[in-house]
Ligand binder design. Structure first.
Ligand SMILES: [Zn+2]
Length: 214
């Protein structure tokens, strides 16, 4: 993954003189409970999906890495923070009263921290409060019980949450990646192997991440 990302950045630098390609790469740190966690490969596939879509759109933003850390010593603090956020107000703007993220999280050198949680809590994306430039914690639940948790589901959940980290909101089209609430298991993925983005979402990504030719 790292090698591919490096080649992509180099080609982009040749094609787009004057664009700070490094600044357009959003670094991703994946925290996994174990090296054989069955969400790691789906997470990598979701990152590759997004980088292919971003390349298609002609924007300079890429999701870098990922750097994977197994059994991180800060995982327990992040798990507690993740549970607290989930219990407070998932997906509501934090506002002034939103507590700061713990330093164990803000000290991590990553624009996106993807926590493959040990907990069966909601999967969600959370912008770290009062942090500029924007950084996100993405929490991916550990499914227990009757819900499906195979690789297809996991890579869609990760891709959906990364869509939020890239600035996308929910739509009401049940057969698309960013539907919410939705039942994606009933829908068909397209030739990318993922549920599709809408034209409005593609336009939003270009608006948010810029046209490098302008
Ligand atoms: Zn969502």
């Amino acid at each position: 993954m790292r090698l591919v990302a490096g080649i992509t950045a180099t080609i982009a630098a040749l094609l787009l003189p004057g664009i700070d390609v490094a600044a357009a790469e959003r670094s991703v740190l994946v925290l996994a409970p174990s090296a054989d966690d069955d969400r790691l490969d789906p997470a990598r596939e979701a990152l590759a999906f997004w980088n292919a879509r971003l390349a298609e759109l002609g924007v300079a933003t890429r999701l870098g890495g990922p750097r994977v850390v197994v059994a991180s010593p800060v995982a327990r603090v992040l798990e507690n923070y993740a549970r607290g956020v989930a219990q407070r107000a998932v997906r509501l703007p934090g506002g002034e009263a939103e507590p700061d993220a713990p330093p164990e999280l803000t000290r991590l050198a990553a624009d996106v921290v993807l926590l493959l949680s040990r907990q069966d809590i909601l999967s969600y994306t959370w912008p770290l409060p009062r942090v500029d430039p924007p950084r996100h914690l993405v929490v991916i639940r550990r499914v227990r019980g009757p819900d499906r948790n195979d690789a297809m589901v996991t890579r869609h959940v990760v891709a959906h949450e990364l869509g939020h980290a890239l600035g996308l909101l929910h739509n009401e089209l049940a057969d698309t990646l960013m539907c919410g609430p939705c039942q994606p298991l009933a829908a068909e993925s397209d030739e990318t192997g993922f549920l599709p983005l809408t034209d409005a979402e593609r336009a939003r990504l270009v608006a948010l991440h810029g046209d490098p030719n302008e």
